[in-house]
Design a protein around this ligand. Sequence first.
Ligand SMILES: [Zn+2]
Length: 278
Amino acid sequence: MGLVSGYEVIAECTSKGMVAGSFNTTNLETTMGIAQAIENTGVPTFIQVAPTNAVLSGFEYIYDMVARRVASIDVPVALHLDHGRSLDDVRAALGAGFTSIMMDASAYPFEENIDLSIQAAQLCPAEVSVEAELGGIGGKEDDHGPERETATDPSQVADFVDKTGCDMLAVSVGNVHGFHPDARIDTDLLRAVQEASSVPLVIHGGSGLPHEQLGALAEYNVVKVNVATDLRMAMIRTFGEAYTANPNEYSLIRVSQSAVTAITEVVEERIRIFNPKF
Ligand SMILES: [Zn+2]
């Protein structure tokens, strides 16, 4: 099928009551692992990379790798820029062929966030979907330095969505980046945000939230859930265990293939947790 517009993944999921996982890649093994899980489940999905994780490959290699792999998958997959922090990030991802972008100007005051989100959207061709963020999502993963955690204010949502014209809204409702066993979504707040938003919502920090909450997100018009930490840990753990078991291990390809399998298992499990009815 090849890469599709982010709009197609959003439309497929919202029409069927599905939630798209949005999985961060960094390299070939992660990409192959994610793609296999998409084939196994048949659920429309975003594959994404943040600028901080593209410092080795650049956006072009990521695009080439993902586009080539999903060409043989009969499931809609979009390639998304995660946490674009500047208009240059957005330009670079669009130049490489990404089909969806996030402009994260949530660290700026409200009006500047709106202004930067509008400017980012104006850079995008008609088929590229735009995610913006309102409220600061806390926690730390390797993509992001410590941020101020600020809950999304429902009273700002309608105005923000209306003015930015964003297609998806990332919200801070108790979700945090990275793995935090105590993280919980404030479902009353999520409901208030949903009722104020004319566009579907995005939850970042999908590695650490309770499964029963993750399985109910479609009821809150959440269309996309980001997962990064779990995949990275699966890859690093595989290599660490291989070395511990045999410090003389020299078969890189064997360990790489084990990492792909481990990542597939993690991604497939997440997709099924997000979509318990499918
Ligand atoms: Zn995030």
